[in-house]
Design a binder for this molecule. Sequence first.
Ligand code: ZN
Length: 280
Amino acid sequence: MPLAKALPECPVVALKAVRVSDYDGRSLSVSTSTQIEIDPDLPRAETLRQWFASDGNTVTPRMISVSTVSGGGADPAPRPGSTNVQVSSMSELNKMIEDKSSGASVAEYVEVKAKVAFIKRENSYYPKCPEESCNSKVVSNGENEWRCDRCDQTFPTKTNRYVLQASLQDDSATTWVTVFGDQAQMLMGTVTADEVEKLQETDLDKFDAAFQATQDKWFKFVLRLKTDEYQEQVRTKAIVVRIELTSEPEEPPEPGKQQQQQQDGGEASNTKSGGGGGGL
Ligand SMILES: [Zn+2]
């Protein structure tokens, strides 16, 4: 039985001869000598099953592995009326990101009103499984062959999905956030991630303009703060789960130096992202 299909029933999974590494938190790599058994008939599996049935299923799991690509679309927006949303300025948001990385408890969701200072052009989308319900990255297996490990299938096509690194700014500070799929589409307007790929290959001016168009527009963002571990370091990412277009605040922020630095190639300090800010 494919592993992904067995998972909703929460089986015990036993793995033998896997390589443990620190990639994106903690990851396991399989090889041809790896043995995987679902619901094995072992005393330790039985202990685990009993623990899960009694109270293990109510424990909030601590994420030890986070995939920015396949996991990103699954971030739920807060329920209407949720009290776990804190309205903040960008400088307060930066403080919360810092606090969360050092283990302090902060609100799960943060609402900020900010403008888009910059969107990175590099790695702004990834090849996604064509199944609508699946956000997994597919790998090219040759011409017109795209392999999705999650669906355990090879497809003749793929579709691109946005994964934007955007720097948001208000009059207090600037912060890098990650924006996936539908939320990213709201920033990019009518230009789809498939079209962005084409423009990148055919018309770099239009490609750049597609990103430029959203700059300096004001939005109300709801962000989810999420920690993961990378090479034994805890990092916190701010992932956008909801976007609404909004008007500029009464007193517009001064055009500060901060934005300039970000555009000149400032590194994303709170999110994982490759390369500098500017250029192609
Ligand atoms: Zn898939």
